[in-house]
Design a binder for this molecule. Structure first.
Ligand code: MLC
Ligand code: AMP
Length: 468
């Protein structure tokens, strides 16, 4: 059973989930399943506009308990991306929060209440059933729907609970989006599986983290670098048990500042939407700055060269990181070609990351194979997706998008634009255009208008020349 502790706990927990100032009991969460079942019974899959709200928590929990696959939609989604996700996923309704534009689907609000419904029977079906379809960017084209089974989610959460000694008496705090693996799967579903109290701070500000009184905190590196820039907020985390960083590389100076101000060496862990979390440092193991740890229980990793041959695990040789794991996804929805490309002939998942592994199995992520996948504030964004959006603007003749190093965001999205001859567009206008078409978090932080893009003899844009 995916949300086992939620369903099997003997007593009601009055504050099982808190989202900012609103609190939900365990009984209310379980009752949401009954209400979702009766409102949406028989639905094949539903979309949830996953803003950080109790409505989102009830919608997702209700669907998972009722056995209905959920398509989480970014809370800040724009018009074109919303249309794509709704059409591509085949979602039949919006459940929970109401989007500005329904994109042709009916809207079903979630009902609160139902105190006292303390028992629940998991619907007939299998652990192989899809629980979530999370849209994620590739190097080109629109985002693809990643099919995640109930089994994969459960396996990942159990392996993390083992590595982190995560238990029912923890209070987990974060303020991350509820439409990606980090905030939704690890944060919310992890808490409901383990049975601990869950607190969502609305936004991941240092002050909100300091005030939350948690035992475990999750953050992306941008959040942690903002926390350590606020000495008082960082020091308020001293009583916590575990500070966890993931979704992008945690800079070593930030790691060191966390140790200095909180007394805790952060736990680092590595993964992706497709593989879930596969590598982590352990509560009872070494936490080495710049390294992301050991394979979780049941996970195997290897490094290969360009020909697919294994390279040494000597702590120095760089290779392409491959993963085999019970936590792997079941493919991209409706994209057998892309699914096949993601695996080698022996079924190893190609992560797209390059890494080193030392003789003890400790992993260090060196970077990504492709410059066209950008990680900004922990969000994965495809350069191609932004280029396509910008080319839809009449003021843009040519464009190349790259991720440039950024102290705060890790990488910041920068668009190099050649304006169309009949008058260009102002950078601010182009930034807003992307925010309205895709998601606000995918907008370029900077647009540079240039006379020409650097190209090779074949006419291909030389992105590496734009990185300097
Ligand atoms: C700014 N805003 C605009 C705008 N410009 N709105 C519309 N149009 C424009 N042109 C508004 C935003 O809507 C927002 O409003 C406000 O400005 C600030 O937005 P921001 O500047 O984008 O926020 P920022 O401070 O940069 O966000 C940093 C961050 C965020 C760390 C909070 O990047 C974040 O939440 N990252 C987490 C990503 C994550 O969870 N990734 C996990 C992927 S899973 P308002 O009103 O909203 O404030 C994964 C697997 C694994 O990777 O390993 O975990
Ligand atoms: P996403 O699919 O959004 O979860 O992004 C997955 C990608 O994030 C991985 O392929 C890595 O490139 C990156 N990533 C996740 N965790 C870490 C980490 N701890 N260190 C470095 N990169 C990471």
């Amino acid at each position: 059973m995916l949300l086992s502790s939620l369903v099997s706990a003997a007593d009601d927990i009055a504050d099982a989930v808190r989202v900012q100032d609103t609190v939900l009991s365990r009984g209310e969460l379980i009752a949401s399943a009954a209400s979702v079942s009766s409102d949406l019974g028989g639905a094949r899959r539903v979309a949830v506009l996953a803003s950080p709200s109790v409505s989102t928590v009830l919608a997702v929990t209700g669907c998972l308990l009722a056995g209905i696959p959920v398509v989480p939609v970014p809370a800040d989604v724009g018009a074109a991306e919303r249309e794509h996700i709704v059409t591509d996923s085949g979602a039949q309704a919006w459940l929970g929060e109401r989007p500005d534009d329904l994109a042709g689907l009916p809207h079903v609000p979630v009902r609160r209440g139902g105190e006292g419904s303390s028992s629940f029977t998991e619907p007939a079906g299998s652990q192989d059933d899809t629980a979530l379809i999370i849209y994620t960017s590739g190097t080109t084209g629109p985002p693809k729907g990643v099919l995640l089974s109930r089994r994969a989610l459960a396996a990942d959460l159990d392996a993390l609970a083992e590595a982190w000694q995560w238990a029912a008496d923890d209070v987990l705090v974060h303020g991350l989006p509820l439409y990606h693996v980090h905030g939704l799967v690890l944060g919310l579903l992890g808490s409901l599986r383990v049975g601990n109290r869950f607190v969502h701070t609305g936004k991941p500000t240092p002050a909100a983290y300091a005030a939350a009184g948690g035992s475990m905190y999750f953050g992306v590196p941008t959040v942690w670098s903002r926390v350590v820039a606020d000495t008082a907020a960082a020091e308020a985390l001293r009583p916590a048990r575990l500070l966890v960083s993931g979704s992008a590389a945690l800079p070593v100076p930030v790691f060191d500042r966390i140790v200095g101000l909180t007394g805790h060496a952060p736990i680092e862990r590595y993964g992706s939407t497709e593989s879930l979390i596969t590598v982590s440092t352990r509560v009872d193991g070494e936490r080495r700055p710049g390294w992301v740890g050991l394979p979780l229980r049941g996970v195997r990793t290897r490094l290969v060269d360009e020909d697919g041959e294994s390279v040494q695990h000597d702590g120095a040789t760089i290779g392409r990181l491959m993963v085999q794991s019970p936590t792997l996804f079941d493919g991209y929805l409706g994209r057998p070609d892309a699914t096949a490309d993601a695996f080698d002939a022996d079924g190893w998942y190609r992560t797209g990351d390059v890494a080193v592994i030392d003789a003890d199995g400790m992993h260090r992520i060196v970077g990504r194979e492709s410059v066209d996948l950008i990680k900004t504030g922990g969000f994965r964004v495809g350069a191609g997706e932004i280029e396509t959006a910008l080319l839809g603007h009449p003021g843009v003749a040519e464009v190349a998008v790259v991720g440039l190093p950024d102290e705060d965001l890790g990488q910041r999205i920068v668009a190099f634009v050649v304006a169309s001859p009949d008058g260009g567009a102002r950078p601010e206008e182009l930034i807003d255009y992307v925010a309205q078409q895709l998601s606000v978090h995918k907008r370029p932080r900077e647009v540079r208008i240039v006379d020409a893009l650097p190209r090779n003899a074949m006419g291909k844009v030389l992105k590496k020349a734009l990185l300097t």
